[in-house]
Design a protein around this ligand. Structure first.
Ligand code: CO
Length: 159
């Protein structure tokens, strides 16, 4: 396994964060290595989710840390949502910043696992938010495109 470099928006000269990721037709050994390396990188970062374009790979691959359990999502797609909530959001590619974003309260995604099986995952609150945020990354969308307003460090404590 290897730690991957997380691309920051300000240093993204190739605009990888703004490109659409490609559908994964075949789960090759390279995809499995990518999943392993993304998991290691996510754990080291302390973040909740990581999308492949954030490490410069334009493929529809996401990892999410659901309370210590890693969800590996290949070709993830939102199948249903419920409710709506404004909450704080941040991104490993936009360090040192936070903003208020409206997202569904509960989200169900379908995605392939590393065996190629399609599995549904339902998350509420932070995990629902993370599903939406990471799938946005696969479409070249950043939370700052949807932010209601950015928060100062002082405001963070009072929200
Ligand atoms: Co992000």
């Amino acid at each position: 396994m290897a730690l991957l470099n997380i691309i920051e928006e300000e240093k993204d000269v190739s605009k990888a964060l703004r490109k659409k990721s490609r559908y994964v037709d075949e789960i090759t050994p390279r995809i499995l290595t990518l999943l392993d390396d993304m998991t290691e990188t996510l754990k080291a970062s302390g973040g909740v989710g990581l999308a492949a374009p954030q490490v410069g790979v334009l493929k529809q691959v996401v990892v999410v840390d659901d309370g210590g359990k890693i969800l590996e999502l290949i070709n993830p797609e939102i199948v249903s949502t419920e409710g709506e909530i404004e909450d704080i959001e941040a991104c490993l590619s936009i360090p040192g910043k936070w903003g208020l974003v409206k997202r569904p309260l509960t989200v169900t995604v379908k995605a392939q696992n590393r065996k190629g099986e399609w599995v549904n995952h339902t998350g509420t609150g932070l995990i629902a938010r993370c599903f939406c945020h990471e799938i946005d990354h696969l479409n070249g969308v950043l939370y700052t495109d949807k932010v209601i307003r950015m928060l100062s460090p002082e405001e963070l404590e009072s929200v």
